[in-house]
Design a protein around this ligand. Structure first.
Ligand code: UDP
Ligand code: MG
Length: 160
């Protein structure tokens, strides 16, 4: 079976994707999940929770020297976050393409951030930026038994 954090370089690579409180508040959960699903990525973990400020700070700990860090942690822990793990070939990099640039005004049309939001501080979604951070984030948010190792029979790959 696939380890919690996935297998980079295979179709079992995994990324941590989270819908932030603004996305949940704006009822964009279904829309955002649909974009990852329609691409062909496989949802293997999902839950909704209001993160504690401590958990939010841990999630964003690499940014703790940035001027926006306190506001980011406060906002991220202010409401419901939908935490997910998506699996698929190159899902970390391609997931970031689906999401678009950090600043929605610099993102490409067709991306989630261009199509659905306006400002950097309300950019509705998080996605792991490397396989290393994906592994770190999945372990931070999910336990082994919260991940469903289900077998896809959907022919999104040349070889299954
Ligand atoms: N952020 C912000 N102001 C900035 C840069 C980032 O409020 O000048 C927020 C923004 O919500 C972003 C998050 O901090 O999504 C994490 O920043 P990062 O650089 O990791 O961007 P991401 O990986 O989300 O594109
Ligand atoms: Mg980031």
């Amino acid at each position: 079976s696939v380890p919690l954090v996935g297998i980079p370089g295979t179709n079992q690579e995994r990324s941590f994707i989270a819908i932030k409180p603004d996305g949940t508040q704006r009822r964009l959960v279904g829309e955002i999940i649909a974009r990852f699903e329609k691409k062909g990525f496989k949802l293997v973990g999902i839950k909704i929770l209001v993160p504690t400020p401590e958990h939010a700070a841990k999630h964003y700990e690499d940014l703790n020297k940035k001027p926006f860090f306190n506001g980011l942690v406060k906002f991220f822990s202010s409401g419901a976050v939908v935490a997910m793990v998506f699996e698929g070939k190159d899902v970390v990099r391609t997931g970031r393409v689906l999401i678009g640039a950090t600043d929605p005004s610099q993102s490409a049309p067709g991306t989630i951030r261009f199509d659905l939001c306006i400002e950097t501080g309300r950019n509705i979604i998080h996605g792991s930026d490397s396989n290393e951070s994906a592994a770190h984030e999945i372990a931070l948010w999910f336990k082994e038994d919260e991940i469903a190792n289900w077998v896809s029979t959907n022919p999104v790959y040349e070889k299954m």
